[in-house]
Design a protein around this ligand. Structure first.
Ligand code: BT5
Length: 279
């Protein structure tokens, strides 16, 4: 098994163009954002609806609020998908792409025999610890429209000593087995493509379902471990709110019921799971 991404892997990634596999890069999200926003020049015809940049050696990855994302070489896979939807959709609808990527990650972990869960807004947890972090960005693009870049860092083969924080874990630690980053890349991209196409076929409506498939919201509710938890949310201005997480709205907001029974909705924030609510 190799720790590096192989050129041949690009051939298996149908539905993405271009596929850019890099030995190392500062940040796959920044790399794609630079290109899709037109700052690196006009896009040529290779740039289709979905594009992809991936590496196993990301040097300066970041999360929300420019927090550091740590991915030691040979221990992690980092990738970003660029999305230029063919359908005209509103900027709010772009936020669902991060959750589609999160669900695709869960599909991949399930293939490796690991049951992962989602923590709102978009962390992937195994046994209560973080195995993937996801960062979605919406960018204005030169033709007056928007593009999205959604990136994920996956802790594949990180050893205990390589974990940056005690709230992290990896596939290797959970199973004792290494995951080939090439297989991981193909797997998550295929699951993403399936879910993305299904979502777009349903008009990018997270509540819409079809005879063949459940809605995106139904899929999210099934794996969102946050629901039913007593939580605290720290907002970007530092305010902290407490409550019971009851649902996710059709706009992707988390709905919390506070001690007075008031329901409040949150679109962003840092969430801590305090404890399950006793029934
Ligand atoms: C995230 O941010 O969790 C989103 C991370 C997104 C990383 C991907 S990698 C590909 C693409 N390119 C980028 O530059 N970014 C994306 P946030 O919710 O802000 O969480 C950041 C926090 O997670 C840090 O402050 C640490 O506490 C913790 N952390 C850092 N590295 C970690 C890791 N490898 N595993 C688990 N936790 C980590």
């Amino acid at each position: 098994m190799t720790d590096k991404l192989l050129d041949n892997t690009a051939l298996l990634l149908e539905g993405f163009s271009p596929v850019i596999l890099l030995d190392s890069v500062d940040s796959t999200n920044d790399y794609l954002s630079q290109i899709l926003s037109g700052k690196a020049g006009d896009l040529d015809s290779r740039w289709q609806e979905l594009s992809l940049v991936a590496t196993t050696n990301q040097l300066a990855g970041h999360g929300r609020l420019r927090r550091k994302w740590v991915s030691p070489e040979a221990g992690a896979l980092c990738l970003s998908v660029g999305i230029r939807p063919q359908l005209p959709i509103s900027p709010e609808q772009y936020h669902w792409f991060s959750l589609i990527l999160a669900l695709a990650a869960l599909d991949s972990w399930a293939q490796w025999g690991i049951q992962a869960q989602l923590k709102w807004p978009n962390d992937v947890l195994v046994a209560g610890k973080k195995v993937c972090g996801i960062l979605g960005q919406v960018l204005p693009v030169p033709d007056g429209d928007y593009a999205a870049v959604v990136g994920i860092g996956m802790n594949l083969n990180m050893t205990q000593g390589q974990l940056p924080v005690e709230t992290a874990t990896s596939a290797l630690i959970q199973t004792g087995r290494r995951v080939d980053p090439n297989q991981a890349l193909v797997s998550i991209c295929q699951h993403f493509l399936d879910r993305y196409r299904r979502f777009m076929r349903l008009g990018a409506d997270p509540s819409a379902s079809s005879a063949q498939s459940s809605s995106l919201l139904q899929d999210i509710r099934q794996v969102l471990v946050t629901l039913g938890m007593q939580v605290s949310i720290e907002l970007p201005d530092g305010t902290v709110c407490y409550g019971r997480a009851d649902d996710i709205s059709a706009r992707g907001e988390l709905l919390l019921t506070d001690q007075q029974g008031r329901v409040r909705s949150f679109a962003v924030g840092d969430l801590v799971h305090l404890r399950p609510v006793k029934s």
